[in-house]
Design a protein around this ligand. Structure first.
Ligand code: PLP
Length: 499
């Protein structure tokens, strides 16, 4: 843009090609892209699950500068095929069994498209009443599907990490320490604040404590029982010990579906301790909470009606494209007290009558995530999602039975949901370190095959395979194949011919 000598901007013509594309062109490109997506989903199984690019390879194939002139959509799509796809690890692949296997279902993908088309920022009720009210309704639906009663306030965040951060921020607010106003630095009147979770809890609890100035050292990782569940007696003892030295127990985070083994902490007994000690009880059901939609698995959320807050991630096991984390609290007044801040430019006449979600968290701008979750739930129906979750658990049990029956292999944790933890134990004569090495090498070999992708964890000091089932595309044949590849890999390493 040119500036004239008198300081005013010169008249200029917008170059014809600058900016957005015309609706008719969009229609054509959109059709081409939807065709691309449909082909991708139909053929994803033929691709190697784990990307095979070397570090820096994708970057090196891309130009250092943005193009000066517009480029045709076909050229962009060609580069997606040529440069981007090789650097994709295919989370939509039926052989994806690492971490927690997830699926962006077709209705969810369409929901993302619609979300982008509307491009709503749902910071205030008035900035799109439908965004706020659909979020409230869809979270009420989901809450009822999980078997939870009334009296919960729901909101959608990007991730469980953020949902748990908000929970602990609310816990700090509830403690009445005036940290919101005065901060923590230089305050002799503040006790040391303590947060409790099990040794199996997700690192997002630690990160929340780091972020909130509680301090990593003040996250107490309570030991678990032989089934990797938090021991409430040890929780009570830790709280007692902390009180005796003047610390302030702030909150306890129970996990229903821990990351390594999907163990389910005994929430009712933990709630007893939380109530007695006046601590905030947050339940992290990021992965496992979803299982409560299956009537026979409803027990995973036993006792949660006594919690102050709960997180369940539809982007983990409810077929909603990442990101979508459902967060509920029974104490929205505290959450609002922790985060309300209304600058002049965001004052509205309906304040007090409506929910302005910006007042319940850190972020101002909010994506319209409820839309895709609503579209998923309507497309599947409660019957559909229930059947899928139930099927994943059945596949996991079937795999666990196979592993149990296989000499030289051992299932090392209960399988309450859809993840199986097991390891190679050999036929005797090999030490623990060698068994760890063989277990890890077998996983590496499977991952190199391109047919499946598994991850590992450490349990009781030993390396174990985590086999997580959660993809809509996974059938028994995919599970069986990955298991066959694992067995063949250890046999090969041991110099035995694979059968
Ligand atoms: N909580 C549990 C139990 C998890 O397993 C995970 C991730 O796997 C998280 C929290 C973090 O989830 P997010 O990636 O949504 O922050």
């Amino acid at each position: 843009m040119r500036i004239r000598e008198d300081g005013r901007m010169a008249e200029h013509a917008l170059p014809e090609h600058a900016g957005d594309i015309a609706p008719e062109e969009f229609r054509a490109q959109g059709h081409a892209l939807v065709d691309w997506v449909a082909d991708y989903l139909a053929t994803v199984e033929q691709r190697p699950v784990l990307s095979r690019v070397r570090p820096g390879q994708v970057r090196a194939a891309l130009p250092a500068e943005a193009p000066v002139l517009p480029e045709p959509f076909a050229a962009v799509l060609a580069d997606v095929d040529r440069i981007v796809l090789p650097g994709i690890t295919h989370w939509q692949h039926p052989g994806f069994f690492a971490y927690f296997a997830i699926t962006g279902s077709a209705p969810g993908i369409l929901g993302e498209l619609l979300t982008a088309a509307l491009n709503v920022n749902g910071m205030l009720w008035r900035t799109s009443p439908s965004a706020t009210e659909l979020e409230q309704v869809v979270l009420d639906w989901l809450r009822r599907m999980l078997g939870l009663g009334d009296g919960w306030f729901g909101m959608i965040n990007d991730t469980a990490s953020v949902s748990s951060l908000l929970a602990l921020a609310a816990a700090r607010e509830a403690a009445g320490l005036d940290v919101r106003t005065k901060g923590t630095a230089g305050r002799g009147d503040l006790p040391v604040l303590r947060v409790y979770c099990s040794t199996q809890a997700h690192s997002s609890v630690d990160k929340a404590a780091i972020t909130l100035g509680i301090g990593h050292d003040n996250v107490v990782h309570v030991q678990t029982d032989a089934q990797f569940r938090m021991r409430p007696d040890l929780l009570a003892a830790a709280v007692r010990r902390d009180r005796s030295v003047g610390h302030r127990p702030l909150a306890v985070v129970a996990t229903t579906g821990t990351t390594s083994t999907t163990s389910i902490d005994p929430v009712p007994a933990i709630a007893d301790v939380a109530e007695r000690e006046r601590m905030w009880l947050h339940v992290d059901g990021a992965y496992g909470g979803v299982a409560a939609i299956v009537p026979e698995l409803r027990g995973v959320l036993d006792g949660v009606d006594r919690a102050d807050s709960l997180v369940v991630n539809p982007h983990k096991w409810l077929f909603t494209p990442i990101d979508c984390s459902a967060f509920w609290t029974r104490r929205p007044d505290i959450l609002e007290r922790a985060f309300t801040l209304v600058p002049d430019y965001l004052v509205t006449t309906e304040r007090g009558e409506v929910t302005d979600y910006m007042n319940y968290g850190v972020q101002l701008g909010r994506r319209f995530r409820a839309l895709k979750l609503w579209m998923v739930l309507r497309a599947f129906g409660t019957e559909g999602v229930t059947a899928r979750v139930r099927e994943h658990c059945a596949l996991a049990r079937r795999l666990a039975d196979l592993v149990d029956d296989e000499p030289g292999w051992q299932v090392v944790a209960p399988v309450p949901l859809s993840t199986v933890c097991f390891r190679y134990v050999g036929g005797g004569g090999l030490d623990g370190a060698e068994l760890d090495r063989r277990t890890a090498a077998a996983v590496d070999a499977v991952n190199a095959s391109g047919e499946a992708y598994l991850s590992t964890t450490r349990l009781a000091g030993r390396t174990v395979v985590r086999f997580a089932i959660g993809s809509l595309r996974t059938q028994w044949r995919h599970v069986q194949r990955a298991w066959d590849l694992l067995r063949a890999a250890v046999d090969e390493a041991a110099g035995v011919r694979a059968s």
